[in-house]
Write a new protein. Sequence first.
Length: 165
Amino acid sequence: MTIKVGDRIPTGVLKELGPAGAPTVVSSAEIFAGSRVVLFSCPGAFTPKSTEQQVPSYLNNADEVISLGVDAIVCISVNDAFVMDAWGKACGVGDKIRMLADGHCEFHTSMGLEMDCTRFTLGFRNQRFSMIVDDGIVTHLNVEEPGGYAVSDASVIVEQLRQTH
């Protein structure tokens, strides 16, 4: 079953590269509890649509997103923490976007937002989506059609935030 507006974000474990250069465990509770978070997900690091459109849209709109009452912008993809860190550096996200890894697609699967890419020899990946999460509760959810990029752009999130600010 796919997560929907009004649902609580499931408990899950993600990873990010820590200051010592080793992957560190980050719980979803730590990310979402008591905070308003914009979460977006890309099917793969360094893929053209994600790198050339989706990540830059959030980077270019980060200041406005934060000014509209958001505590953090988080990008999650089915990659390892080393790849997510390198991708964040390549995209120049700095401290504006937190780049987290869901290496085995477990967090996305718990939300029902995984996609089977085994026919492409890519295993399981995540769908492209964006959401606004307020204290662990999904308030807005934008899931793309396979291959699409129309509703998970930062401009959609900014408009949703303006309506609720």
